[in-house]
Design a protein around this ligand. Structure first.
Ligand SMILES: *Cc1c(COP(=O)(O)O)cnc(C)c1O
Length: 452
C-alpha cells in the first residue's frame, strides 16, 4: 500500500481547538494526553475482535486478575534478575513445574518471548552438541542438517536459515499430512543435528507420532550407530496432552527427547509474550551456550536471544499455574476439546465439507469443501468474515498443494454457545454460496499464516 502522509485530524471532542498532527513524523509539540489517547484508541477500533479470531492459537481471554498482575508488573524487566529476584524465582518455579509435567529427570530451562525464540534456542543446543561430538571425533562440522516435516511452523525454517543448518523437510504424502517415523529416519545421516517432532501441527491440529519417531531412531542407532536426538515442538500440544491425553507418551519419558518448547501464550493461557524452552538435563544444554552476565549487579546465567523483556507474562504464567492447577488446566483444555469436536461434527453434518481432523488432538480442526460444490474454502472464509468471524483458508504445502482447507482453533473463552452462533452463521452463508454457479475466490485469496 502506498504510504499515506496526510495529517491526522482530531475532532474537537474535548471542546478544544480542532487540530491536525503529522502522521509519519514526530509532531513538534506533542498533544494533550486525552486527545492522544482518543486518536490511538479510535484507530484501533478497526482491528478485528480478538475473540472472534479463530485463526490464532494465542490467548485472547483472561481473568481480570491476570490483567491486574500484568499491569502491576509493567515496570519489571525480566533480565534484571538481581533487581527482581522474586520474579526470577517465579520463572524458575514455572520451569520446575513444566519439568515435572513433562517428566524431565533434571530439568533446565528458561522463559522466552514465545515458542519461536524457544525453538531457536533448542535448535542451537542441538547444533552445538553435534559440533562438539563431531570435533571430538575429528570429523567435519561443515554441513549440519535438521530433519522435520514440511508442516513445521515457520520458526523452524527461520532457524535453519539464520543458523546455517540445512532444513530437510519430509513432504506430506497421501493421507499423511505430517511427519512419519520411517520418512524422518530415511533423511537422517551423520550430519543430522536432530529431528523435530511437532505435537500439534499448525496445519490441522494433529499430533506427530513422537514415540514412533524415537523408536525408529533407536533402531537407526542400533543398526548404524547414529545417535540423533529429538526436539518436541509442543507450542500447543505440550499444554494439551499432559491434561487431556495422560496415557500418550511423547515427553521426556522417551530418553531420546532432548528438549521441548511450548508457548505460554497459547494453551499455557497467558496473553501474548511468553514461551518456554526446557532440556531434559544439563547434558542436553551445552554449557558454552549459557552466558553469565554480571553488569546489572549479580551473576546471572542466561540463555536467550533478547536482553530486556517484560516480566509480567512470566508472572501471569505463574499465576495461571497456581490458580488452575492440574484440575483447572484439565477442565479448560477438555472443554476446548469438547467444543472443537462437537463443532467439527456440526460442520460435517452440513453435508458439503469433509473433515481432515476433528479436534480430538489439539482442539483445532481443518476441513475441506467436498468436490463438486459451487464454492471454494476461500468463498466460505470471506462469507464468515462478513459476520465478523476470522476463519482462515489456505492451501497445504508441497505434494499436497491440491488440498485447500479451512481451520478453526478453539481456545479458552470460545464456548459451546459461541460455536453454535458460528454454526448458524455458516449455515446462513451456505444458503447463499450454494446458489453460486462456480467458486469465486481461488487460492490467491489467502496464504497460510502459520497460526500466529
Ligand atoms: C505457534 C507455533 C510456533 C511459534 O510460536 P510463537 O509462540 O508464536 O513464537 C512454533 N511451532 C508451532 C507448532 C506453533 O504452533
Amino acid at each position: 500500500m502506498p504510504r499515506n502522509d496526510a495529517p491526522i485530524a482530531a475532532n474537537p471532542i474535548f471542546g478544544s481547538e480542532p487540530i491536525t498532527v503529522p502522521r509519519n513524523e514526530l509532531s513538534a509539540d506533542g498533544l494533550d494526553s486525552d486527545v492522544a489517547y482518543q486518536i490511538v484508541h479510535d484507530e484501533l477500533m478497526l482491528d478485528g475482535n480478538a475473540r472472534l479470531n479463530l485463526a490464532t492459537f494465542v490467548t485472547t481471554w483472561g481473568e481480570p486478575h491476570v490483567r491486574r498482575l500484568m499491569a502491576d508488573s509493567l515496570d519489571k524487566n525480566m533480565i534484571d534478575k538481581d533487581e527482581y529476584p522474586r520474579t526470577a524465582e517465579l520463572e524458575q518455579r514455572c520451569v520446575n513445574m513444566l519439568g515435572d509435567l513433562w517428566h524431565a529427570p533434571e530439568p533446565v530451562g528458561c522463559s522466552t518471548t514465545g515458542s519461536s525464540e524457544a525453538c531457536m534456542l533448542a535448535g542451537l543446543a542441538l547444533k552445538r552438541r553435534w559440533q562438539h561430538r563431531r570435533r571430538a571425533d575429528g570429523l567435519s562440522t561443515e554441513r549440519p542438517n535438521i530433519v522435520m516435516g514440511v508442516n513445521v511452523q515457520i520458526c523452524w525454517e527461520k532457524f535453519a536459515n539464520y543458523w546455517d543448518v540445512e532444513a530437510r523437510l519430509v513432504p506430506m504424502s497421501g493421507e499423511r499430512l505430517h511427519l512419519g517415523a520411517a520418512e524422518a529416519v530415511a533423511l537422517c545421516d551423520e550430519n543430522t543435528i536432530g529431528v523435530v517432532a511437532v505435537l500439534g501441527s499448525t496445519f490441522d491440529g494433529s499430533y506427530e507420532p513422537v514415540a514412533e519417531i524415537c523408536a525408529a531412531l533407536d533402531r537407526l542407532q542400533a543398526e548404524r550407530g547414529l545417535d540423533i536426538p529429538v526436539h518436541v515442538d509442543g507450542a500447543s500440544g505440550a499444554m494439551i496432552a499432559p491434561f487431556c491425553d495422560p496415557d500418550l507418551v511423547w515427553d521426556f519419558q522417551l530418553p531420546r527427547v532432548a528438549s521441548i518448547n511450548t508457548s505460554g501464550h497459547k494453551y499455557g493461557l497467558v496473553f501474548p509474550g511468553v514461551g518456554w524452552a526446557l532440556w531434559r538435563d544439563r547434558a542436553a544444554l551445552p554449557e558454552d551456550l549459557v552466558f553469565r552476565v554480571n553488569y546489572l549487579g549479580g551473576d546471572m546465567p542466561t540463555f536467550a536471544l533478547n536482553f530486556s523483556r517484560p516480566g509480567g507474562q512470566v508472572i501471569a504464567q505463574y499465576y495461571q499455574f497456581l490458580r488452575l492447577g492440574r484440575a483447572g488446566y484439565t477442565r479448560v483444555q477438555q472443554v476446548c476439546r469438547e467444543v472443537a469436536t462437537s463443532l467439527s461434527a456440526g460442520i460435517a453434518a452440513l453435508g458439503c465439507f469433509d473433515l481432515l481432523t476433528d479436534g480430538s488432538q489439539l482442539p483445532v480442526f481443518a476441513f475441506v469443501v467436498k468436490p463438486g460444490e459451487p464454492f471454494s474454502v476461500f468463498d466460505v472464509s470471506a462469507a464468515l468474515r462478513e459476520a465478523g468471524w476470522l476463519v482462515p483458508a489456505y492451501t497445504f504445502p508441497k505434494d499436497r498443494e491440491d488440498v485447500a482447507a479451512l481451520r478453526i482453533v478453539v481456545r479458552n473463552g470460545f464456548s459451546h454457545d459461541l460455536a453454535g452462533l458460528l454454526l448458524d452463521d455458516l449455515t446462513r452463508a451456505l444458503e447463499r454460496l450454494r446458489k453460486q454457479t462456480a467458486p469465486v475466490r481461488g487460492s490467491e485469496a489467502a496464504g497460510f499464516a502459520h497460526g500466529t
